[in-house]
Write a protein that binds this ligand. Structure first.
Ligand code: HEC
Length: 127
């Protein structure tokens, strides 16, 4: 029995460590950088407006390419150019939620901090 308990304790510990070791961020702290609600909403808009042309795996190399740039820059780029067949067709907030979803799918930390223009988006650097 105690072996089983140990096993689960180890699984929990390992999962916790893997989660903590997500990509480092300039302002990464225990409060995360987007909320679970934002990521959840973003999944919806992503499936509606983005998934037809590129699935969520597409963004891993994109984020690597944007390394050293701010989330503000990524947000402005996406708003100005995407969806390619109708750029700027979503609200500012919806684009923000899509970015939260993309960050979530790439193991960036979520928490209490909301991803938003009034929340130092230009100081949030993609690593
Ligand atoms: C009608 C097709 C289409 C839709 C819909 C679409 N995209 Fe794109 N997207 C493209 C194409 C084409 C490119 C450029 C070629 C490539 O990199 O594959 C691209 C590139 C990108 C890039 C990379 C930009 C860069 O600088 O490297 C991002 C980020 C992106 N799209 C995000 C989105 C998001 C977010 C949505 C939904 C709001 C979306 N796209 C919807 C076609 C589309």
């Amino acid at each position: 029995m105690s072996k089983l308990v140990n096993f689960f304790a180890n699984v929990l510990l390992t999962t916790g460590i893997v989660l903590l070791l997500g990509p480092p961020l300039a302002r990464a702290d225990e409060h995360g950088m987007y909320t679970i609600d934002q990521a959840y909403q973003g999944k919806y808009y992503f499936e509606q407006s983005c998934q037809n042309c590129h699935d969520v795996k597409f963004y891993k190399p994109v984020l690597q390419r944007y390394s050293g740039q701010s989330i503000m820059y990524l947000w402005e780029t996406i708003m100005g150019t995407m969806p390619a067949d109708n750029p700027g067709s979503l609200t500012d907030e919806e684009y923000m939620q899509i970015i939260a979803y993309i960050l979530n799918q790439n193991n960036y930390p979520m928490g209490k901090n909301k991803l938003g223009i009034d929340n130092n988006l230009d100081e949030l650097i993609i690593n």
